[in-house]
Design a protein around this ligand. Structure first.
Ligand code: HEM
Length: 165
């Protein structure tokens, strides 16, 4: 089955059609997409900004990571689920929209960076989290996270602009 045929199947599906044709469902799902974004990328930015030394300098990093991790993981779950629904309702348009494909590429890179951070550093935060000078790899992961998730948000915001012209 080609990507286009699969996209047409999703677009013509009951979920895709009812989301597209309902007056309230699409904006509610898109609203949840943005709430998920605020909980996920929004909270992640606070962790990254703490690591690079911009905010909460007196709050220990292990404490911030431990307290915010469940919330940001919940936020990512909401964003990914609502993103999939938005995609189903506009599948044929999205697979031909370069900015959407760039967004998925940046999500992949940001996800790989987050997985690397978690496996290499996140789980051992008690070992390095109180150090006066943080490991270079930790700071690199934080700057990469700030940059890549910003690109995800910018390309996400460009979708409605570039897909309705
Ligand atoms: C954490 C990851 C994600 C972030 C930060 C994100 C962010 C955004 C943002 C900021 C918008 C613009 C909303 C607006 O203001 O109108 C958007 C739209 C959109 N997102 Fe995401 N998104 C994410 C994941 C996904 C995923 C995984 C998918 C699908 C597989 C997806 C599909 C879409 C679609 C289709 C739209 C356009 C909706 C429209 O036509 O208005 N998103 N996203």
């Amino acid at each position: 089955m080609s990507v286009l045929t699969f996209a047409e199947l999703l677009y013509d599906s009951e979920i895709g059609t009812s989301l597209r044709e309902s007056l309230f469902a699409f904006p509610i799902v898109e609203g949840m997409h943005l709430i998920g974004l605020a909980l996920s990328v929004g909270l992640l930015f606070f962790i990254d900004l703490r690591i690079v030394g911009v905010v909460f300098r007196h709050v220990p990093i292990p404490q911030i990571l431990q307290q915010l991790r469940p919330w940001l993981l919940g936020g990512f779950a909401i964003t990914m689920a609502t993103g999939a629904l938005l995609f189903v309702s506009e599948a044929t348009k999205m697979i031909e929209l370069p900015v959407f494909l760039w967004k998925l590429f940046f999500i992949l890179l940001a996800g790989l960076n987050a997985a690397w951070f978690e496996l290499k550093w996140g789980r051992k935060v008690a070992h390095w989290g109180h150090a006066p000078v943080l490991p270079v790899g930790v700071k690199f992961a934080a700057w990469a996270s700030l940059g890549l998730w910003s690109l995800v948000v910018i390309t996400g915001r460009l979708i409605p602009y570039l897909s309705y012209n």
